[in-house]
Design a protein around this ligand. Structure first.
Ligand SMILES: [Fe+2]
Ligand SMILES: [Fe+2]
Length: 337
């Protein structure tokens, strides 16, 4: 297959989005100035809604500095002590709220088994899109998800130096596929950009942050949080497992939705690729990543279970938001496409 690079432009850096409240405004103001300048104080995060637009966007801005950063913004902000102090306070608030919501979660094996049970009534987003999704809803879904898929597998890569032996080898085998197996045109982030192009969406990195709901920001922020902290390596692996285990059947329904609506070959291909790849990934993740990590560090079992529970809780919340909007005929986005 000839190399099709360059494909749809995803741009090396993002653009700064608009503020959603005082915290995010404070971070944006700080970033536009020199490093070491005033950033919001950690105590300002204390009373913020942990799942609200303002805190989630402030956290998202802090995390993006570790990925591709923002055009015209000094890359040194990534390690600015003042901003890191704020980030820690935002993370604490978010994590505490997640622990509260997922209290009493299951043992890691029960949690994994539970993931494999497909809902009988089939009421999730992928069911909706398969059965009755319209093109405008598929475009909204892709715009929201682009916050993750244009950096697909990146947050997970941070855990690699924190794993050993069997867990590490298996984890990297899965990531190798996510990153295209040595082929730029097969990198999953690139396949997603191709999907976006089919749907007539702008593939510029970060283009839809302003449109994305707080629920989507929270989904991505969880991955970044878990990826960046060695202390949360167990939860990051739990997160990874959740994505891989649930992906294959969901992707089958989404591929069907793309086919039924005539979204285009690349749009269908992105999900069709995940049906096959993730059926294999699921096995590797269960047996060797989770199994390997538990053999290596048995004390991480509750963290793995927390990662699974937190991911599921946030994904369900995003699904509820999307379906509530669509069932009432309105947009799930904060701004029209
Ligand atoms: Fe993937
Ligand atoms: Fe995968």
């Amino acid at each position: 297959m000839p190399d099709r690079i360059p494909g749809p432009e995803t741009s090396p850096e993002g653009e700064l989005p608009g503020a959603r409240g005082e915290l995010s405004q404070g971070v944006l103001d700080a970033l536009r100035g020199p490093t070491g300048g005033p950033a919001p104080q950690p105590r300002e995060a204390r009373d913020a809604d942990p799942f609200g637009d303002d805190l989630q966007l402030a956290l998202y801005l802090c995390y993006e500095l570790h990925y591709r950063g923002f055009r015209g913004i000094d890359a040194a902000w990534e390690w600015d002590p003042g901003l890191l102090g704020l980030r820690a306070a935002l993370e604490r608030r978010f994590l505490e709220a997640l622990r509260e919501r997922t209290a009493g979660h299951l043992d890691v094996h029960d949690a994994l088994d539970e993931l494999l049970v497909e809902p009988v009534d089939g009421t999730g987003v992928s069911y909706f899109l398969k059965d009755e999704g319209q093109l405008w809803q598929l475009r909204e879904y892709a715009a929201q998800r682009s916050l993750y898929h244009l950096k697909e597998a990146d947050p997970h890569a941070w855990v690699i130096p924190r794993l050993r032996g069997r867990a590490k080898a298996a984890f990297v085998a899965v990531e190798f596929d996510e990153f295209g197996g040595g082929r730029a045109e097969r990198v999953h982030a690139r396949l997603f950009a191709d999907l976006m192009a089919d749907l007539g969406l702008d593939t510029t990195y970060g283009r839809y942050v302003d449109a994305a709901s707080a629920e989507m920001l929270a989904v991505v922020n969880l991955m970044s949080l878990l990826g960046l902290h060695r202390a949360h390596r167990g939860a990051l692996v739990g997160h990874f497992a959740t994505v891989e285990v649930t992906s294959s059947p969901g992707s089958r329904r989404l591929a069907e939705a793309m086919r039924r609506t005539g979204a285009g070959p690349a749009a269908e291909h992105f999900y069709a690729e995940h049906v096959t790849a993730d059926a294999v990934h699921e096995q590797i993740v269960r047996r060797d990543v989770i199994g390997g990590l538990l053999a290596d560090e048995p004390s991480l079992a509750p963290d793995i279970a927390f990662g699974i529970a937190a991911t599921t809780w946030l994904e369900d919340r995003l699904g509820d938001r999307l379906l509530a909007a669509w069932r009432s005929g309105s947009t799930s986005l904060r701004a029209q496409l």
